[in-house]
Design a protein around this ligand. Structure first.
Ligand code: 5GP
Ligand code: ZN
Length: 114
């Protein structure tokens, strides 16, 4: 399967890792839109949030969000704060078809987002 995040997970493409375990890894985004821009990614290939199933899916989302919070602490964003973003399918602006959560920080975020 031609999926960049699967390739990174399998060590077939390089990335700047911030965290990894058996289920999840976190890497610096190659085109950062904030001083800190990290992607939290499950190793399992799931195209978008719309393909998540039942209890297993809920457990995975919970792990991804708690990993994002742990990574935020690790990169010293606890006090200043941060934003977590899921882009879902076309209108959501999703460009890579493998679930990932954006962790953005290091500057004041705007609302509404673009
Ligand atoms: P999306 O637009 O799908 O929500 O987010 C995909 C993100 O993956 C984008 O911010 C993009 O810059 C990032 N990205 C795409 N290809 C690579 C890559 O090969 N390495 C890394 N580290 N990030 C990537
Ligand atoms: Zn994948």
């Amino acid at each position: 399967m031609d999926c960049i995040f699967c390739k990174i997970s399998e060590g077939k493409a390089s990335a700047n890792f911030v965290f990894q375990n058996d289920d999840i890894f976190a890497i610096r985004d190659v085109h950062p839109i904030a001083p800190t821009h990290i992607l939290i990614i499950p190793r399992k290939h799931i195209p978008s949030l719309m393909e998540l199933d039942g209890a297993e899916g809920s457990a995975l989302i919970s792990k991804i969000v708690s990993t994002a919070v742990e990574v935020a602490k690790k990169v010293s964003l606890s006090d200043s704060g941060f934003r977590l973003v899921w882009n879902v399918r076309s209108d959501g602006g999703q460009t890579v078809g493998h679930i990932h959560l954006h962790l953005l920080g290091g500057r004041q975020m705007k609302w509404p987002p673009g």
